[in-house]
Design a protein around this ligand. Structure first.
Ligand SMILES: *Cc1c(COP(=O)(O)O)cnc(C)c1O
Length: 467
């Protein structure tokens, strides 16, 4: 019998202690954070699943590379290593470093979009949408129908609706569509992958209409591995070869190296267009830095150069996808509604189905995230009505798994906490907003639980904003 147990494909060389709190302390922390987990001090969190962005553990090779960082202002050796490593996978002519993904987005949309333009995407991530809208363009989400039903199982729920894309281009005219984007994997749509077949179809529509195709490539390696597992003809290809094939279908990309760059900070913007690249570099110099560092230290460029290659290693990707699926399978087997099938970097609880008694305008996702913190010190994030307002198609609570950080026993603890909250779900209260900012309001919003006459609920989850 072959050994079936999947283990973490690393051993641990440096450890970081966790910090326990009591339930009473967590109730107090919640009130002080206005029930918005972004406002919690991190040392009051036991297991932090707020994001997989910049929270990964670096390898010995990355730490070694960091010591090689060349901090020269211009022409740094570290930039050459970074560019060579990125080009070896992404293949684009120009590689522009940025301090993170949203800086790449801001520069891209400033250069390529104007007021009245339309930018189609399978689903815009929140910073992507905000940056498109900030230049006066419309951020249009065109996911396939399968992607909108949380419980529906389909191998490529991240796909774009190609017929809808053609309809949009026909309706608004190609002159008003400066670029099309494909987010791989589709973060806001549940961390679901896009198939190579769909990328080819989108690319063909773009090329026929003379519209550039850009990838939001944050989780390109996870997407490539899903293609290997699920798409015919890719079983025996390496994740790297699959990634190279994907990127050939486009004209450029934005990337947050805090995801599949396996780094704690960084990002980049790529393009094959010489004219656009020059304009982008000019803007970069204005706010990010000289084009051979773009707001990053030389050592950061080194960490990314190693990270984008390590992330494509098959034993890493196997562990990554299987361990995320482990969390999803264990809670869904107990009846907890999740976005199916489990995504690459996160498990998404379907808060509307988890808390059917809480209407969407009372933020079921925020209420559920607060309960997971109260129960076990787990920090997650709402992706729904608070993040997107009335436009939200789903109310999800994302449990994002940092890369190479938590072991299976941590995840077993998370499973137990979720199942405890599931048992008492009927007594969870809705929320109301007490403060909101004009942009990206979920980062700073303040909320409070709605009043209740049920005394047992009141004591379970004390109200009030004092203290
Ligand atoms: C994280 C992310 C971004 C933005 O990257 P930052 O590094 O956080 O600025 C853009 N798109 C997607 C899909 C993301 O997951």
């Amino acid at each position: 019998m072959p050994i079936r147990t999947i283990i973490e494909p690393f051993r641990i060389k440096s450890v970081e202690p966790l910090h326990w709190t009591t339930r009473e302390e967590r109730g107090r922390s919640l009130r002080m954070a206005y029930y918005n987990l972004f406002l919690l001090p991190a040392d009051e969190v036991l297991i932090d699943l707020l994001t997989d962005s910049g929270t990964g553990a670096m390898s010995t090779h990355q730490w070694a590379a960091i010591m090689e960082g060349d901090e020269s202002y211009a022409g740094s050796k570290s930039f050459d290593r970074f560019r060579n490593s990125v080009q070896g996978i992404f293949g684009y002519r120009h590689v522009i470093p940025t301090h993170q993904g949203r800086a790449a987005e801001r520069i891209l949309f400033n250069v390529m979009c104007k007021k009245g333009d339309v930018v189609p995407n399978n689903t815009h991530f929140d910073t992507t949408r905000a940056n498109v809208e900030f230049v006066g363009a419309e951020a249009l989400d065109l996911p396939v129908a399968e992607g909108k039903q949380p419980s529906f199982v389909h191998p490529f729920k991240g796909n774009m609706d190609v017929a809808a894309l053609e309809e949009v281009i026909g309706r608004v005219g190609r002159g008003r569509v400066p670029l099309v984007m494909l987010t791989i994997t589709n973060n806001s749509g549940g961390g679901q992958p896009v198939s190579m077949e769909n990328m080819q179809a989108v690319s063909a529509v773009c090329r026929r209409n003379g519209i550039p195709l850009y990838f939001d490539a944050c989780r390109f390696a996870e997407n490539a591995y899903f293609i290997k597992l699920r798409e015919q003809g890719y079983e025996s290809k390496t994740p790297k070869a699959i990634a190279q094939e994907m990127f050939q279908l486009g004209d450029g990309c934005t990337m947050s190296a805090k995801k599949d760059g396996l780094a704690n900070i960084g990002g980049f913007l790529c393009t094959n267009d010489d004219v656009i690249a020059q304009q982008e570099k000019n803007l970069l110099i204005l706010t990010e830095g000289y084009p051979t560092y773009g707001g990053l230290a030389g050592r950061d460029l080194e960490a990314i150069a190693v990270g984008v290659e390590e992330v494509l290693e098959e034993d890493y990707l196997h562990y990554r996808i299987v361990s995320t699926g482990y969390l999803g399978t264990h809670i869904s087997d107990a009846g907890v509604p999740i976005v199916q099938p489990p995504g690459g970097h996160a498990i998404y609880l379907d808060a509307r189905a988890f808390l059917p008694h809480i209407p969407t305008e009372q933020f079921p996702g925020v209420a559920l995230a607060a309960e997971l913190y109260l129960e076990g010190g787990i920090r997650s994030v709402e992706i729904g009505s608070l993040m997107f307002g009335a436009a939200a198609k789903m109310d999800l609570v994302r449990l994002a798994i940092p890369r190479r950080v938590y072991t299976q026993s941590h995840i077993d603890y998370v499973i137990e906490v979720i199942l405890e909250v599931w048992k008492r779900r009927e007594r969870i209260l809705g929320m109301r907003l007490t403060y909101e900012a004009p942009f990206l309001r979920h980062f700073t919003a303040r909320l409070e639980p709605l009043p209740t006459t049920d005394k047992s609920v009141e004591s379970q989850f004390p109200r009030g904003l004092e203290g």
